[in-house]
Write a protein that binds this ligand. Structure first.
Ligand code: ADP
Length: 482
């Protein structure tokens, strides 16, 4: 089965968040379960010239202007999955992917509208014809409506929702940049309270929808999590599925991670102690093995529960922990967190920025990993933490609910306890879970058990890839019948 995987970021070429981990790993996992898969993404500045060769051009008329792009052919580094890049320097040769300094680029509809149309124009001329096009998030969500509008021969589509909060909202005047006929700008199409909603176009017109955990796939059909699109999603409930993201254990495994100071495994945690010492030294914290380190690696946005951390900060330090945070995002959170090392010297280590190697060192060196998310479509860091023996403390939502089992006498006895979970979105509930986690930390026998259960868990991509494969089959069978 030939699958064209369209995505706006993929490790190791370009990354702002978890979508890139998926873009890098899922296509390789699909290939391993028998799909003939090709990836296509924009050629950003972060992608070096080496290994790519121009194989053709495409012309797209966008807002009355003719824009041409060059298609570069190559393979994804490390996994060797065949990949096309759409090169258009005016749109993509920039320092950011979607924006800079916390602000979206104003021409994002022109940029990703061009990308989607260039992809369709290009594949329309190739002998390699996809049986199905797999789109991801709003940046590629124009493809399903474009196919519906333009093509006599309809290639089936599947759209994965990685985060419903990012919808690609633009003023109505920009609708022409989508390349769609005006008849698509209605409530049954891309119109959303007078604006253009690109993601909605994908939700309405893709043959199959998925989201990145079963719980989040249910949650987004409710007003609380639906971000205004819950009605549209309820209408599509029969075609909406949840498939949890996996972990690329080639990259995220402490037994062979080259980015951490010492490797280790469940059988011998000596290396983890070295990683902890190193992390304490790196951040100028008290170098003591008995002080628990709470780690966080996150985009600093409301979704991630940073208001809870802010509200709980005094109590948190009163527990006697050290806090190490790596993150970038909203200026307000950058400032609040940035002040902590001054308020809590030798106990708070904060790094504002994006630093992949440091993310690995925190996963390895911390004892607990905190994810108090308001919502979390899948979440990857809790899965990484499990493998690194860094016990997750998470809120019960989305993919966190689907992967972390709270530690209770029963789950401990059953050997399923792998973390600590709280339900209410408030600071006391979070602190209560942390308190329980710290009690366990001081009971080595319990702690080792919870750590080992997490380290033994297998969230590799293969299981998820098989589920996608089955959904591709189902989608094709339906489109033949339809
Ligand atoms: P989201 O996709 O909402 O950002 P996920 O938990 O699914 O959340 O994935 C986040 C990914 O981005 C993880 O691989 C995490 O390590 C990485 N990440 C987030 N912020 C940073 C940062 N400041 N520096 C390095 N890596 C980061």
């Amino acid at each position: 089965m030939k699958i064209l995987f369209c995505v706006s970021e993929a490790v190791p070429l370009a990354k702002t968040g978890g979508l890139a981990d998926v873009g890098g790993a899922l296509p390789a996992a699909l290939a391993a379960v028998g799909c003939d898969v090709r990836v296509v993404l924009p050629r950003y500045r972060s992608i070096s010239e080496r290994g790519w060769r121009p194989v053709g051009t495409v012309d797209v008329s966008s807002g009355g202007e003719a824009v041409s792009g060059t298609i570069l052919d190559g393979t994804m580094p490390e996994t060797a999955v065949p990949t096309w890049l759409v090169d258009q320097p005016k749109y993509f040769d920039r320092s950011g992917l979607y924006g800079e300094a916390g602000r979206d680029y104003p021409d994002n509809l022109a940029r990703f509208g061009f990308f989607c149309r260039a992809v369709l124009a290009w594949v329309g001329r190739q002998s390699w014809k996809p049986d199905l096009i797999h789109c991801n998030d709003w940046q590629t969500a124009l493809i399903p409506p474009l196919i519906r509008a333009e093509r006599a021969e309809r290639t089936p589509t599947l759209l994965t929702i990685h985060n419903l909060a990012y919808q690609g909202l633009f003023p109505a005047q920009e609708f022409a940049l989508t390349g769609l006929p005006a008849s698509f700008f209605t409530m049954a199409g891309l119109e959303f309270w007078g604006q253009v909603n690109v993601l909605k176009g994908g939700l309405v017109f893709a043959d199959t929808l998925t989201s990145v955990s079963e719980t989040y796939a249910r949650e987004i059909q409710t007003a609380e999590f639906g971000a205004g699109l819950d009605g549209v999603l309820r209408d599509r409930a029969r075609d909406l599925w949840g498939i949890l993201n996996g972990v690329d254990y080639r990259v995220w495994d402490p037994s062979h991670d080259p980015l951490i100071p010492a490797q280790y495994s469940a059988g011998d945690l000596t290396g983890k102690r070295i990683c902890k010492e190193h992390l304490q030294r790196e951040f100028g914290l008290y170098e003591r093995p008995d002080i628990p380190i709470v780690g966080m690696v996150t985009r600093l946005v409301d979704q991630k529960g940073l208001d809870l951390v802010e509200a709980a900060v005094e109590d948190l330090f009163a527990f006697g922990v050290q806090l190490v945070v790596l993150g970038a995002g909203d200026a307000r959170y950058e400032q609040v967190l940035g002040e902590l090392p001054r308020r809590y010297p030798k106990r708070a280590g904060i790094r504002i920025g994006f630093d992949n190697a440091l993310a690995h060192r925190i996963e390895a060196g911390a004892d607990l990993f905190l994810m108090p998310s308001r919502y979390e479509p899948s979440g990857l860091n809790q899965l990484y933490s499990l493998r690194y023996g860094t016990v997750p403390v998470v809120r019960h939502t989305g993919g966190l609910a689907d992967s972390i089992v709270d530690t209770t006498p029963d789950t401990l006895a059953a050997g399923t306890a792998n973390g600590f979970v709280f339900v209410a979105y408030d600071a006391p509930a979070m602190l209560q879970a942390l308190r329980r986690a710290l009690e366990a930390f001081r009971t080595p026998h319990t702690w080792r058990r919870v750590q080992k259960t997490g380290m033994a868990a297998d969230f590799s991509w293969t299981a998820s890839a098989r589920k996608y494969h089955a959904l591709y089959d189902r989608t094709l069978a339906q489109s033949v019948r339809g």
